[in-house]
Structure formats: C-alpha cells, structure tokens
Design a binder for this molecule. Structure first.
Ligand SMILES: O=C1O[C@H](COP(=O)(O)O)[C@@H](O)[C@H](O)[C@H]1O
Length: 245
C-alpha cells in the first residue's frame, strides 16, 4: 500500500520529505527550537528527549546553535545502551559531543546510564528522576533501526509487551533483547506518545522501506508487526516523520 494512502487512512503520521540531510537537519532543528522556546515562554522550562545511534549527529550540531534559553531546558535520552560514556556505543556520549555544545552547553542533561549501578538499579533511579520532571515532554525525537525498532523497543525484547503497554505507569524500563547488542534502558510508550511534539527522524532508502513495510503490515495485519508501528498507532496525534535520502 502506498505511503500517502496509509497516511490518509490511518492519520497516524505526516510525511516530511527533504532533498538532503542538511536541509532536514535545518528544518527539524528550527521546529524543535520553536517548540522549546514556546514551552519556556509558557511554563518557564522545557523538556526534550532525543534518540541516539548514528542518525541524529547532524541534527544535534544544528540544534546546539539555536538561539533559545538553553539554561531552562532539560535534555534526556529516549533510550540508552547500558555502557559507560567512554564507549563508542554510548548515546550519552553522542549527545555530549554533538548537542551539549555551543549555546546548548547551558542545558541540563539527565543521563540514563549510572556508573556503579546495575541495570535494574539504574532503571529504578532513572524512573524516579524522570517521573519527577514536569512531564509531559515538550519534544521527543525518535529514531528507527533497520529492524523496525524505535527507542529500545526491539522486536525480540523480553519486555516488549510491558514497554508497549499504554497503561504502563513506569517512565523508564530495562530492556533485554538478543538483537540489541547489550542491555538497554528506554522510556516506555506512554511517556513517549504523551509528548507535545513527537517526531521520527529517519534517513536513507533502506529506512524508508522499513517504515513503509511497518506501516503496511500494521494496516493489513499481515507480516511481522514492528514496534515503530505500535508507537505511531498509539500516538494521539499524527507523528511527524522527517525523511531525507
Ligand atoms: O540503538 C539505537 O538505534 C536507533 C537507530 O539508530 P541509527 O544508528 O540507525 O540511527 C536509535 O534511534 C536508538 O536511540 C539507539 O539506541
């Protein structure tokens, strides 16, 4: 089924397509900055949750130079690999190196990995800290892997039913999935879809094909049901999908 048809039928997403990745980063960074500034204006503070991996590096560089009141902004991660910041796989390291620079260095960062704690201890402490924030998040930016996972909602995650449970009262949970590489921590679906603005940032033909497959399988009920579809389906507002080749 064509993406345009799916979007019109399900109203679960808006497709925003750009000629190149630089144009996407400029547009999405501008949109995020406007929303964070409006939140600061409205309630004196703003909450931003970002994804890790490789895709957001360019976006983070552009966003870090946006002229907003960064000292009123709290930044956290949608998900984290349970590795220290010295690891090249650390999502916190990416955020520190690419986003919390320049103007954005003034932001408060709430990391999910905690040295000296087990995964379960870090999940419990992180859950408490996130629950204490003035939720909901103003902006949540998701990524997606080639297997259709988003956040750390891996198709083979032991905790997937709980992670996707709309009634889950936890904000943060541990994740164990053979395909994930290492244990993870992730925000749960209810906290993600409650965001004032929820975007999915994907790049390249392969990810577009995965997205199309996930949406088509979800609409027809045929083929594997991928986690990204569950999130879009649960969102009370259309998710803004940002894509560039
Ligand atoms: O493992 C992860 O993967 C996804 C996608 O990463 P990418 O490298 O394909 O952009 C990411 O959204 C998530 O935050 C990360 O932990």
């Amino acid at each position: 089924m064509a993406r345009e048809q799916l979007s019109a039928m399900t109203e679960s997403f808006h497709w925003n397509e750009f000629a190149d990745r630089e144009a996407l980063a400029e547009a999405l960074a501008g949109r995020i900055a406007g929303l964070l500034s409006a939140a600061v204006e409205r309630r004196g503070t703003a909450l931003l949750a970002v994804s890790g991996g490789t895709t957001p590096a360019r976006l983070f560089e552009v966003l870090s130079n946006q002229p907003i009141a960064w000292d009123r902004v709290t930044v956290t991660l949608v998900d984290e690999r349970f590795v220290p910041p010295s690891s090249p796989r650390s999502n916190a390291a990416l955020v520190t190196a690419k986003l919390l620079q320049g103007r954005a260095a003034a932001a408060r960062f709430l990391p999910l990995f905690r040295r000296g704690e087990t995964l379960d201890e870090a999940a419990a402490d992180g859950d408490r800290e996130i629950a204490a924030l003035p939720l909901p998040f103003d902006v949540v930016i998701l990524g997606m892997g080639g297997d259709g996972h988003t956040a750390s909602f891996f198709p083979d995650a032991l905790e997937l039913p709980a992670l996707l449970d709309p009634e889950n009262s936890l904000a943060l949970m541990p994740v164990h999935a053979d395909s994930a590489g290492e244990p993870r921590l992730t925000l749960t679906l209810p906290r993600i879809v409650a965001a004032g603005f929820l975007a999915l940032h994907i790049e390249g033909d392969e990810k577009r094909a995965t997205f199309d497959k996930a949406m088509s399988n979800g609409a027809t009920g045929k083929g594997p049901q991928l986690p990204i579809h569950a999130v879009l389906d649960a969102s009370p507002r259309p998710v803004e999908v940002y894509w560039a080749p």
